[in-house]
Design a protein around this ligand. Structure first.
Ligand SMILES: [Zn+2]
Length: 277
């Protein structure tokens, strides 16, 4: 047998061993966060990618329930981190970006049917625009147990903005919602998942407790709370199988330690200061 063959066979064994190890090792501990946008029947070309039809969404919720997941909010997660609350055995956070109106008309009734909660990240300059949530809908959703977070004022990737504009996007979106009776905005979602090393500190200065990215993986109390990982759930082309594969990908990434560098520069945990208002 020549050298190349030996090398290829050796490599195959290594790949097989890693694959078996991933399958055999227990599911990662931690909080699973899913990233959605719209839940609606409509299939407008632009929105198609970000839209999960209600029937697929119901299937996904049924599957998550059958796997023992229980929904919590970002605030529940942070309270548990401070020892003020117990987490369920398999905690799950369902998040919805951009603040589309179907989050009120279609998503909310489905969540209520399943007894689940969710977090909705709103772009404040879209509030009341056609196709987006109104102030009354937002207040009603919050009253019915939905957590509301900020997705900035204008949905521009923060990494492309000068410092003063970044600060405005983070601060004004939170203040505007709180002035309009949405109490209290503790959580943030980076537009386009774009972040850099300076943004966690900016969010902390503005009294946010958590922020979510678009990188797949599970989150633990050791995860930097301003870089929480999420599994993106786009329009499913292959039904529930595709959904299961996406969850599996997050599991593999966590087991292999991919994205773990996001958990703080030196694995440190940023101190949390909360101002009550
Ligand atoms: Zn967005």
């Amino acid at each position: 047998m020549n050298r190349l063959k030996k090398w290829i066979i050796g490599l195959c064994f290594i790949v097989l061993a890693v694959f078996l190890w991933i399958l055999a090792s227990p599911s990662p501990e931690g909080v699973l966060v899913l990233e959605y946008h719209q839940v609606t029947e409509h299939t407008d070309e632009d929105a198609y990618r970000y839209n999960v039809p209600p029937e697929d969404f119901r299937q996904q919720l049924s599957y998550l329930q059958s796997q023992g997941y229980t929904t919590i909010s970002m605030l529940d997660f942070m309270r548990a981190k401070k020892g003020k609350q117990e987490l369920p055995e398999k905690p799950l956070i369902l998040t919805f970006d951009d603040g589309y109106e179907d989050n009120y008309t279609t998503l909310l009734p489905i969540l209520e049917e399943y007894g689940m909660k969710a977090t909705v990240y709103v772009v404040t300059n879209n509030i009341g625009q056609p196709g987006y949530l109104t102030w009354n809908e937002l207040r009603d959703m919050q009253g019915r147990g939905i957590e509301i977070g900020s997705h900035t004022a204008n949905h521009q990737p923060l990494t492309q903005l000068p410092p003063a504009m970044r600060a405005d996007e983070v601060r004004l979106s939170k203040l505007l919602m709180e002035w309009n009776g949405i109490h209290t905005i503790f959580t943030f979602s980076y537009p386009n998942g774009a972040f850099d090393a300076s943004l966690p500190a900016l969010l902390q200065q503005n009294d946010y407790l958590t922020a979510v990215t678009g990188d797949a993986g599970y989150n633990t109390f050791a995860t930097n709370p301003y870089l929480m990982q999420r599994v993106n759930i786009p329009h499913p082309r292959f039904g529930l199988l595709e959904f299961k594969l996406r969850l599996f990908k997050a599991e593999v990434f966590t087991k292999l330690g991919i994205h773990q560098h996001l958990a703080g520069e030196n694995g440190e945990d940023l101190p949390i200061t909360v101002r009550r208002n």
